[in-house]
Design a protein around this ligand. Structure first.
Ligand SMILES: Nc1ncnc2c1ncn2[C@@H]1O[C@H](COP(=O)(O)OP(=O)(O)OP(=O)(O)O)[C@@H](O)[C@H]1O
Length: 278
């Protein structure tokens, strides 16, 4: 057992055998103070996410979805509460624990690729930055290109790819260091409906193949329900968890699951809950 395992076990309530949750938020809140406004972006967020779980986050504009994800990604420090990744604190006051950070992969709405790097070099960049050798990087690039359906495009440049392909490069890059936790903020928001549907299927396949734990922010209720094991609905001012809906359909899910009455009922409930906020 490593020192880290011991630390993880020590921080669980039952040190006998219960492993720490993959991700745990305890009383997390965030205020922003600017010259013009004090905003309570999030308040009292309690959420426990288990290993391999896919959690979608939805809510109206301004309810704190991106702030939540940015805190999980180590980009914004919480004003209150604690974020634990496998029992280890991500933030120590305003300082982020880089050893916890290395377990995370992040994908934003924009693919944010380096235009002068090939697909392979974009995918391998996080590995290069942490000092992995060239052969290891090349092997991993081919493995990932295959996983995200980009085999044969390794030497292409971002400008030669479609929007969906660029997003797949971004996903491959985020997966390159084998993160245990994948954080995605509206990754398919800029794509057309059909491409988005295909990307949903791809992402589900990738999440199952890698057993990654995923936190996925979206405005799209159908996408949230299709992908999620649970859907967290945030309400604004301040951003709080309004409710959490479980989605129990078996995986892998086919797009046709969306026509099942049970699926429609979950979507309808969430839509009504969002409408009631008006
Ligand atoms: N850096 C910042 N400085 C000041 N206020 C901020 C900052 N970032 C976010 N906020 C405020 O915090 C609140 C939550 O913003 P956030 O971007 O997290 O919401 P969101 O749910 O992701 O919105 P959208 O769906 O429109 O992307 C908003 O009121 C926003 O104005």
């Amino acid at each position: 057992m490593t020192a880290r395992d011991i630390g993880t076990l020590a921080q669980t309530s039952n040190s006998a055998a219960v492993p720490a949750a993959k991700l745990e938020l305890r009383g997390v809140g965030k205020q922003f103070h600017t010259k013009r406004a004090h905003t309570q972006a999030l308040s009292g967020i309690d959420l426990t996410i288990s290993d391999g779980e896919f959690v979608s986050v939805i809510g109206r504009s301004g309810c704190g979805k991106t702030t939540l994800l940015r805190m999980l990604a180590g980009l914004v420090n919480p004003s209150q509460g604690q974020i634990l990744v496998e029992g280890r604190s991500l933030w120590n006051a305003s300082t982020v624990d880089s050893s916890v950070m290395s377990q995370l992969g992040v994908v934003f709405q924009e693919a944010n690729l380096f235009p002068w790097y090939s697909v392979a070099d974009n995918i391998a960049l996080p590995m290069k930055l942490r000092g992995d050798g060239k052969q290891e990087r090349m092997d991993r690039v081919h493995e990932l290109a295959d996983l995200v359906g980009l085999s044969g495009f390794e030497k292409s440049y971002p400008r030669e790819l479609s929007g969906g392909m660029r997003q797949r490069v971004a996903i491959a890059r985020a997966l390159s260091t084998r993160p245990k936790l994948l954080l995605m903020d509206e990754p398919f928001g800029a794509l057309d409906a059909l491409t988005r549907e295909r990307m949903n299927l791809e992402l589900q396949r990738i999440a199952l193949a890698t057993n990654a734990t995923v936190v996925f922010v979206t405005h799209d209720i159908t996408e949230a329900v299709f992908l999620g094991d649970r859907v967290v609905h945030l309400t604004p001012r301040p951003g709080r968890i309004h409710r959490i809906s479980a989605v129990d359909f078996e995986r892998p899910r086919d797009i046709d699951v969306q026509t099942e009455p049970g699926f429609g009922a979950i979507v309808r409930d969430l839509r009504h809950a969002l409408d009631e906020e008006e």
